[in-house]
Design a protein around this ligand. Structure first.
Ligand code: GRF
Length: 208
């Protein structure tokens, strides 16, 4: 499968997915990196690895960015099959959601539906988890719909919240699991190992 990865930040999930495509754990190729922050670590990693970088969306401060329609056309021209959000902070336009049904994934650093939605990103998520007194947290990989963090859940990993955790410590513990679980799910999607239960819940079949 041909993968487009969307990143706004450091891009450690992007990097772990890219590395997995170079080995044989993911049967796919990252063909383009889409970002709203051309100076971010993820974009730099892409440029250093010969992966083309596209700026999206077009805004006052990024007049060179693509419109939603042009983004969809560009991804289609590149024969992109799957879109992977990896720390991309902007809402995905409905044009893209509709063009790629059941083919856009996101990773979120909490056990959704808890601590998700607009405004829950970065350390804010982990601070809220700690403040709530929750004993467990962990990443969620889910399909993307037209809202923040509400698409169908595909996989989660449970991570303990320790009594004296700082948000940074919890973030690091969750991020470690993110790298593994995202690669696992992308590998399943690339191998068409997702089955949809009748009620609309997606399940991952293990390798035969
Ligand atoms: C991760 O915590 C991810 O769950 C969230 O944004 C962060 C991205 O980290 N959506 P990185 O850029 O992949 O290091």
């Amino acid at each position: 499968k041909r993968l487009a990865v969307f990143v706004s930040g450091g891009g450690s999930n992007f990097r772990s997915i890219h590395e997995a495509t170079l080995g044989d754990s993911v049967h796919g190729d990252v063909v383009v990196l889409v970002t709203d922050k051309p100076g971010c670590g993820g974009a730099e990693y892409a440029r250093n690895n010969g992966i083309p970088v596209i700026l999206f969306p077009k805004t006052k401060s990024s007049p060179d960015g693509l419109s939603a329609d042009d983004l969809v056309a560009t991804l289609r021209n590149l024969n992109v099959d799957l879109v992977l959000l990896a720390g991309y902070l902007k809402l995905i336009p409905s044009e893209l959601v509709q063009a790629y049904p059941r083919s856009i994934l996101n990773i979120h650093p909490s056990l959704l539906p808890a601590f998700g939605g607009k405004g829950f990103y970065g350390l804010k998520v982990h601070r809220s988890v700690i403040a709530s007194g929750a004993r467990y947290s962990g990443p969620t990989v889910h399909f993307v719909d037209e809202h923040f963090d509400t698409g169908r859940i595909l996989a989660q990993r449970v991570v303990p919240v320790l009594p004296n955790d700082t948000a940074e410590q919890l973030a690091a513990r969750v991020l470690h699991e993110e790298h593994e679980v995202y690669v696992e799910v992308v590998s399943a999607l690339c191998e068409e190992r997702i089955v949809w239960r009748e009620d609309g819940v997606p399940l991952i079949r293990s390798r035969e």
